[in-house]
Design a protein around this ligand. Structure first.
Ligand code: PMP
Length: 450
């Protein structure tokens, strides 16, 4: 957009291209330039752009009614969407509270967890434990549970004191250990934290099954979540899976936590739930939790004006239906294998790639100055931002996952294209990424950094 703009954009001194339209895995700006959407926007546009059945569902619902207030009506669309979600979720995670963003979803599950204990007279159980290197949203409650250093920093005095444990970050193990001989020290730390704080003060533990925005698809080792769940159960603490990024098929299974075969007590969804066609998110609760609240004060003390609006519900339902009809979760798994193999090949070629990781179509790349010592680049070099900019110039969009680690290490990106990506398009993505990383390497050599 040239000339004066009234829109507050992420960087106030930067010019952004103006989008014209999207088709499949491509976005086009008004100058006619094509961009391969290698990160589905913010890991959101899971079924690609311009999908006709979703546009049809959007029009059909709009003709009937777009908005009704949840205190006055339910709708066929919201009922059908909740039933569809319940058929995808593991175990007894059958009850859906609709909200409009991932942050609202995590705040809502936090409130449901606290209310669940209050209903049983356990009023001191009101802290939510989380991990460093995690991101659960930008609002104050969600940020209190987040360990994303950069995003927290400015607001620390205003945040709740919710303690955090170390992340399951095997590439740079916080305990200088190695799986499996570590015995899952990172999971066991939850038990230590519970001892220190007291189970009577803890409502829940929240985790992204695979860490997304603050580290780049950091994937815990096998049995990590089994151990976490055991500890939570032993101390009467609810386990919340934040599936805002990993949910709805992104990792090649319906939900990220399914890779560990663990059933959480609460789940937060967003992003891919509507694949970006409309704002839509959800807090999902197990039957046991809703039964307790139903037998007590009968109402969850939360809600938003747009919660469960029929328009967003119909659109989100059609997105889930489209994923089912086209077996796109299997597609995400298959293309994910191709993408990961391609990233591993890039790692052979480019020494600045320290690690590649992830599951399905949620892949992360971490960049280092020295692969042997894992020495990171100085953050002042802005390696991630430069790479993203270079790739964008060449027509590829990738997502920054830097800034959340610990202020020392931190150059990481997410590669997470729509599930509908073809084999050829994955190759194109890898080709542009290869060129972009190669050019950054040349620049860093010229600057004396390598
Ligand atoms: N949780 C996770 C795991 C996320 O990745 C995000 C967004 N990146 C959020 C919560 C917050 O979602 P939103 O931006 O829709 O508020």
């Amino acid at each position: 957009m040239r000339g004066h703009s009234h829109v507050i954009k992420p960087l106030l001194d930067k010019e952004y291209p103006t989008v014209s339209h999207g088709r499949g895995v491509y976005l086009y700006d008004i100058e006619g330039k094509a961009y391969l959407d290698g990160c589905s926007g913010a890991v959101t546009a899971n079924i690609g752009h311009g999908v006709q059945p979703v546009i049809d569902a959007m029009n059909e619902q709009a003709k009937k009614v777009c908005f009704t207030y949840r205190s006055q009506f339910t709708s066929e669309a919201a009922e059908a969407l909740a039933a569809k979600l319940a058929s995808w979720t593991p175990g007894d995670l059958d009850y859906v509270f609709f909200v409009n963003s991932g942050s609202e979803a995590t705040e809502t599950v936090m409130k449901i967890a606290i209310q669940y204990w209050q209903e049983q007279g356990r009023t001191t159980k009101n802290k939510v434990l989380s991990r460093w290197m995690s991101y659960h949203g930008i609002t104050m409650g969600a940020l209190s549970m987040s360990g994303h250093i950069l995003r927290r920093k400015r607001f620390i005095p205003l945040l709740e004191e919710f303690p955090s444990i170390e992340p399951p970050y095997c590439y740079r193990c916080p305990f200088n250990s190695t799986y499996p001989s570590c015995g899952l020290l990172c999971a066991n730390q939850l038990e230590q934290a519970i001892h220190r704080i007291g189970a009577d003060h803890i409502a829940a533990f929240i985790a992204e099954p695979i860490i997304g925005a603050s580290g780049g698809a950091v994937t815990p080792p096998p049995y990590y979540y089994q151990r976490i769940k055991e500890i939570c159960e032993r101390y009467n603490i609810l386990f919340i899976a934040d599936e805002v990024m990993t949910g709805n098929g992104r990792t090649g299974k319906p939900f990220g936590i399914d890779h560990w075969g663990v059933v959480p007590d609460l789940m937060a969804l967003g992003k891919g739930m509507s694949a970006g066609y409309t704002p839509m998110a959800a807090a999902i609760a197990s039957r046991r939790i809703i039964d307790i609240i139903a037998a007590g004060s009968k109402s969850i003390m939360s809600g938003h004006t747009f919660s469960a609006n029929p328009q967003s519900a119909a659109v989100s339902l059609s997105v889930m239906q489209y994923i089912e009809d086209n077996q796109l979760i299997t597609r995400a798994e298959e293309r994910g294998i191709q993408l990961m193999a391609g990233l591993q090949a890039l790692m052979q070629k480019h020494d600045i790639i320290g690690d590649v990781r992830g599951k399905g179509l949620l892949c992360g790349i971490e960049f280092v100055k020295n692969r042997t010592t894992k020495e990171p680049f100085s953050l002042n070099l802005h390696v991630t931002e430069r790479l993203i900019e270079k790739a964008m110039q060449k027509g590829l969009l990738i997502y920054s996952a830097s800034g959340g680690i610990d202020g020392q290490a931190g150059d990481a990106v997410l590669v997470a294209p729509p599930f509908v990506i073809s084999e050829e398009e994955v190759n194109e993505l890898l080709f542009i990424l290869d060129q972009s990383i190669g050019e950054i390497e040349v620049e860093l050599k010229q600057e004396g950094q390598l």
